[in-house]
Write a protein that binds this ligand. Structure first.
Ligand SMILES: [Fe+2]
Length: 212
């Protein structure tokens, strides 16, 4: 095991993701460990920050130009660069890189009616009646996040959360619930709710359908 891999595992123990006294079976069953091992399997992969598929100001007024510039050029690039340079926790940085590449890809400038269609519309209708029902479910689940994380719709139609930058392979559509992402909506009392409702207006449903 390489030094940086050991350091990642030590970090998981340090932050309490893994109970230090648990049995080896519990360790094997621990979701964080499974996620971490799957990430290690891709350790030779050079991660790239995908090009932004629109201009920095194209998501305004849902996300300001300043928000997108900082979030994409500084934060998203930071996860990628630190992972490739083997700085910090590799699981955290690789997770952050993958989550943010998916995040920017699934958004598009606001305009016209933007309703889900095709397979994603069928999935939403089956589980949430309509897209408004999905938005309510995303908001309800997002409110359970302690600290930072993401709320997401799985490919089987369930709304879940994932903490920090923990990547999940079943993500279909996700919303960044780190404060840096919804700073445009601060300090409103209902900042998170307004932000989620707004983001759902600029989801590129064609991208989501390709993930199904
Ligand atoms: Fe983010």
């Amino acid at each position: 095991m390489a030094k940086w891999e050991r350091r990642g595992l030590q970090n998981l123990y340090r932050v309490g993701s893994i109970p230090t006294q648990c049995s080896i079976i519990n360790i094997i069953m621990n979701e964080d460990i499974r996620t971490y091992i799957s990430l290690l399997e891709t350790k030779k992969e050079e991660v790239k920050l995908n090009p932004l598929p629109y201009k920095m100001d194209a998501l305004a007024p849902i996300l300001s130009k300043e928000n997108v510039e900082y979030h994409y050029s500084v934060l998203s690039r930071g996860y990628v660069d630190r992972y490739n340079k083997k700085e910090g926790d590799p699981a955290f940085n690789l997770g952050g890189a993958k989550l943010h590449n998916l995040w920017w890809e699934q958004l598009k400038p606001i305009g016209g009616t933007n309703s889900p269609a095709g397979p994603i519309q069928e999935l939403i209708a089956k589980h949430y009646n309509n897209s408004l029902g999905l938005v309510d479910a995303m908001i309800e689940e997002a409110m359970t996040i302690q600290g930072s994380g993401w709320v997401y719709l799985t490919k089987s139609g369930i709304v879940k959360t994932t903490a920090n930058q923990t990547f999940k392979t079943d993500i279909l559509l996700h919303i960044d619930m780190w404060e840096h992402s919804f700073m445009d909506y601060m300090p409103s009392k209902d900042a998170k709710k307004k932000y989620i409702r707004s983001i759902m207006k600029i989801i590129d449903w064609d991208v989501i359908n390709k993930r199904l």
